[in-house]
Design a protein. Structure first.
Length: 430
């Protein structure tokens, strides 16, 4: 057969990819999907080599959203680092904050001294965040396959959760609410009642997604058998989360390496064995129901008590309140430190400007995020600032598997496979 020409749509940076094609036995084309394409979950670039409608080779290009979050942490004190890491994967800010603070607490040796109420609130907010993240995954995945009603419902229900986050933390996203040693402040009045109301509404809302999609012939045709990734490939590539559990392995850090008191909660780890996009969707729906179980147990476990360690050399000194302009120091606290106690004013000033010192060493902590294992590696040289902060983001690891999912399949299935991995580029390009 005569060698035919390889066509490239645009972009000088594709020269290397074209050169590696060599003497292609048939006509092929190398195209860019992204980084501006609306179906690539943000600024993700895919370089696809196509043989007609079939994907011969896929390459993932990242780095277009690089924010330098990890590097910025080296120039701030340990508490200020929370403000940076919460913005990494912007769909799961609570998980970013918790895993970072767990690492700081491990270096400080105060893990067991974090108040129980603070741990319960952390678990509760993480599970609410898991639900809100899965809602976005299902909503955007449905939209990219043409199910616009699913997208509308997903963002409608997510608003209920963001309202709760705003009431508790003062912000809908990127909260900065979890601090080393505990929380920035206790739950505000009325928060528990608002959460109880949410628990009554969400089960029925979650059921609507199943009614829309589970037996939908179009959705099933676009997802069943699409994006197949088996257990062996997941293990070799370090893939975790719903993608791994869709292969039948019930790996969940909340069970295998409990943290924040998860060992005391009753919940199941949903699994499936289809290894495809459809089962990953089903798993996320099942996980939302389990998260509701955990949140209900958290509300039952809430007991009055502090939400920050009692060590004044570590505990953030501010007494916060939610005012019309957002979360800030309460007027009563300002009057106390400014008008009645010079020692309190000095202590506040030094902790806020200099921060506390952390003993030399390094620590790794991990939590089960909506996308899999989210790890945080911290290195301290004994000063008030980190020497190194590194996040092991699950989206970055999971994207390695995308080529295995799509190569040999149709170009139309690339988007379904990508949506089923649920990547967030803020975490990938941190």
């Amino acid at each position: 057969m005569a060698v035919r020409e390889v066509f490239v749509d645009s972009g000088a940076e594709l020269t290397d990819a074209v050169a590696e094609l060599g003497a292609a036995p048939e006509e092929r084309i190398v195209v860019n999907l992204g980084p501006q394409h609306p179906s690539t979950h943000g600024v993700l670039r895919l370089i696809l080599e196509l043989d007609g409608e079939r994907v011969v080779e896929a390459r993932v290009g990242v780095g277009y959203l690089h924010t330098g979050i990890e590097k910025n942490c080296e120039y701030r004190n340990w508490t200020q680092g929370v403000t940076f890491v919460t913005r990494a994967d912007y769909l799961m800010p609570v998980f970013n904050e918790v895993v970072y603070c767990m690492g700081v607490e491990k270096l400080l040796g105060i893990t067991d001294r974090v108040p129980e109420r603070a741990q319960v609130v952390r678990v509760m907010l993480m599970e609410l965040n898991r639900i809100s993240s899965h809602l976005v995954a299902i909503a955007t995945g449905g939209m990219e396959l043409g199910a616009l009603t699913v997208m509308t419902f997903g963002f409608r229900d997510r608003e209920l959760l963001l309202d709760v986050f705003e009431a508790i933390t003062g912000l809908r996203m990127n909260h900065g609410y979890v601090r080393p040693g505990g929380l920035a402040q206790d739950l505000p009045p009325g928060a528990e009642a608002q959460l109880r109301d949410l628990l009554r509404v969400l089960p029925e809302r979650i059921r609507e997604y199943e009614l829309l999609l589970d037996d939908n012939a179009v959705f099933r045709g676009r997802t069943i058998g699409v994006g197949h990734l088996g257990l062996a490939a997941c293990m070799r590539l370090g893939v975790t989360g719903p993608i791994l559990r869709a292969t039948g392995l019930p790996h969940d850090l909340r069970k295998t390496q409990p943290y924040c008191g998860y060992a005391d909660y009753e919940f199941d780890v949903p699994v499936a064995d289809g290894c495809d996009a459809y089962d990953r969707y089903r798993l996320r729906v099942a996980e939302m129901r389990q998260s509701l179980r955990i949140v209900e147990q958290c509300l039952d476990r809430l007991r009055p008590g502090p939400v920050m360690v009692d060590d004044k050399k570590i505990a953030w000194p501010a007494q916060l309140s939610l005012g019309p302009d957002g979360l800030g120091n309460s007027a009563e606290y300002i009057r106390t430190i400014m008008g009645t106690s010079m020692e309190s004013l000095i202590h506040h000033f030094r902790l806020v400007t200099e921060g506390f010192s952390v003993p030399s060493g390094q620590a790794y902590t991990a939590v089960e995020s909506p996308r899999g294992e989210l790890g945080c590696h911290l290195v301290s040289t004994g000063g008030p600032q980190p020497y190194r902060v590194h996040l092991r983001d699950p989206s970055f690891a999971n994207l390695q598997a995308l080529a295995l999912m799509v190569e040999g399949g149709l170009v139309a299935d690339v988007i379904a496979s990508l949506a089923s991995t649920d990547p967030v580029l803020g975490g990938v390009d941190r």
